[in-house]
Design a binder for this molecule. Sequence first.
Ligand SMILES: Nc1ncnc2c1ncn2[C@@H]1O[C@H](COP(=O)(O)OP(=O)(O)OP(=O)(O)O)[C@@H](O)[C@H]1O
Ligand SMILES: [Mg+2]
Length: 360
Amino acid sequence: MGATATFPANKRTLSGSGDATNELTAPGSASTNSEAPADGGASRLKFDGIIGESQALRQALRLVEMVAPTDSTVLLVGETGTGKELIARAIHERSPRKNRAMVKLNCAAIPGTLLESELFGHERGAFTGAVAQQIGRLELAEQGSLFLDEIGDVPLEIQPKLLRVLQEREFERLGSTRTTKVDVRLVAATHRDLERMVVDRRFRGDLYYRLNVFPIEVPPLRDRAEDVPLLVGHFVRHFAQRIDKVIETIPPQTMEALVNYSWPGNIRELQNLMERAVLLSPGSVLRVPLQCLRNPASKPKSRTLADAERELILATLKETGWVVSGPNGAAARLGINRSTLQFRMRKLGIVSARQGWIKA
Ligand SMILES: Nc1ncnc2c1ncn2[C@@H]1O[C@H](COP(=O)(O)OP(=O)(O)OP(=O)(O)O)[C@@H](O)[C@H]1O
Ligand SMILES: [Mg+2]
């Protein structure tokens, strides 16, 4: 099987009579599905490595096409595993900066103090342990792009410095008074609801508005189920080729189960499952361990409205350290007044340990 073998993508072939199998056909051979281009849709969208033909993905890619050649900051918003990093790369590669580096920094993976030094760099002796000068990622990305992954995890105290970079394109290395100018294009990504974080005062409003110049929503896989067969074909070919295996068919019931699953882990989950399936398949028919498709989203625990209310109130109280009133208190966060909250708490049996009560 060749690397560019095609795969029938039409969802209708899956839910048909049930006797049709999904064949992985070789390039150049006649495909029964004229809607499926030979490269799994990538050529029509002209984005290398980004598989999918759904309206939702096309819409996102249209925005990518528009913004990529400019220097505008882009904010990619989407659930985990939806392809935010892949899209960030596509933006860089379609920009005039493509021959320079795209430097990546995952803001969630590094503690706050280190993050600042990673981003801005430091001079020797700037802090305990700074034994040598270090150039930060911003400077490394000079004339290229900086991809700040998980931007919602940047601590509040670092956010003003980041805002300054975005507005003035300048900063100081830690331990230095010399201002450094940079020419960097920023692409940021997050799975968090930044707007909500601004309301909760966990993210600065000014930085959010500066980042949100050109937001692109990367849709979850459950909203583009028609992409599932294309992605399955793509990953099956990829993993089969890696271990010199030949997978020719995918049973229609299997494909139907894959299309109907809600993929909480999105494309990364699908990719991992296909790797496993290819390894586990004894012959040329793909065997997917369908028992892995447990779907927490579609099987909510049976619980009452009171349970949900109790959980929400308890979580909010925990966040506020059991402060009920005031602008940062639980009542304000929940959008109700103090006496209503206290009434609901009594009714639900939620009581503060500090006041000698016991939590329900
Ligand atoms: N449309 C796509 N076509 C092919 N592969 C894709 C597509 N979207 C994502 N992938 C693959 O899925 C995996 C997850 O994508 P990526 O790392 O870009 O997601 P992410 O949104 O950044 O996830 P996270 O929030 O967990 O960091 C990667 O291996 C990527 O190559
Ligand atoms: Mg990512």
